[in-house]
Design a protein around this ligand. Structure first.
Ligand code: ADP
Ligand code: MG
Length: 269
């Protein structure tokens, strides 16, 4: 994998879309692996109680494993629970377990409940200046996703090239605007990634056109194809980049990672 340009300071991206099954987790883990294989250091924060990102990165997340829950609720340092993913060098994961499901409710009564992840990440990054932090969100706009939006600088929205692709996106944009106005004025929607693109259907092409018209600046040139290799990889505890590095899915995630890395460098110079 060719080297990717490093950002001048840590870039924190939240992978968000309150719709389930649009490719948030798949995008989080495969972009993370691609950036790490490109020579960059990456932390993935698994913020979904299902722990699918942890699984796909080959990291243990059996109930009782400590991770995101303890960071958010107990205020423990991230560095206590970060583990290395076997998928790539310099790819680190803060795992999530089913216990995190309770955090959504428990956080309601916690002090500075929207700022828990931000604080913990700041401390971690000060001590471990990684190039990228990618936060994989659950399919909701609750306090977990809110914590991610407050902690991040950039929002990446994966959009599935299917019917109703843009359904819910305006609600997400409203939430992003609210967070920008009230809690995190540095937040920007930097990236939109088209996922599960089926080149054989006119529908996919229409959806892609519609999304590009709406998010002309943000949509990456690369689209992620619908690919069996991509969907099989997690059952082997792998990303598609190590499972089938030559596959179209792996190549497209590498290309998308390159585009993200290049754009970031352009913006900050
Ligand atoms: P989310 O995190 O938004 O709920 P996932 O990333 O878990 O979505 O994806 C939902 C399902 O679709 C998973 O089974 C995943 O393996 C599959 N999937 C995601 N991207 C692709 C793709 N490009 N091609 C085929 N299957 C995909
Ligand atoms: Mg997910």
């Amino acid at each position: 994998v060719p080297k990717m340009p490093a950002p001048t300071s840590t870039r924190t991206l939240v992978i968000a879309n309150q719709k389930g099954g649009v490719g948030k987790t798949t995008t989080s883990v495969n972009l993370a692996a691609a950036l790490a294989l490109g020579g960059l250091s990456v932390l993935v924060v698994d913020l979904d109680p299902q722990g699918n990102a942890s699984t796909a990165l080959g990291v243990d997340h059996a109930s009782g494993t400590k991770g995101t829950y303890e960071v958010l609720i107990d205020g423990d340092p991230i560095s206590d629970y970060v583990v290395d993913s076997p998928e790539a060098p310099n790819l680190h994961v803060l795992p999530a377990t089913v216990d995190l499901a309770g955090a959504e409710i428990e956080l309601v009564s916690v002090v500075a409940r929207e700022n828990r992840l931000k604080r913990a990440l700041k401390k971690y990054v000060d001590e471990n200046p990684v190039d990228y932090v990618l936060i994989d969100c659950p399919p909701s706009l609750g306090l977990l996703t809110l914590n991610a939006l407050v902690a991040a600088r950039e929002v990446l929205i994966p959009i599935q090239c299917e019917y109703y692709a843009l359904e819910g996106v305006s609600q997400l944009m409203n939430t992003v605007d609210l967070v920008m106005a009230e809690l995190n004025d540095e937040l920007v929607l930097s990236t939109v990634l088209l996922t599960m693109y089926d080149a054989r259907t006119r529908l996919a092409a229409q959806v892609a056109d519609e999304v590009r018209a709406y998010f002309s600046e943000q949509t990456l040139p690369t689209v992620i194809p619908r690919s069996v290799r991509i969907s099989e990889a997690p059952s082997y505890g792998q990303t598609v980049l190590t499972y089938h590095p030559e596959s179209a899915g792996a190549v497209s995630y590498l290309e998308a990672a390159h585009e993200i890395a290049r754009r970031g460098v352009k913006e900050s110079s």
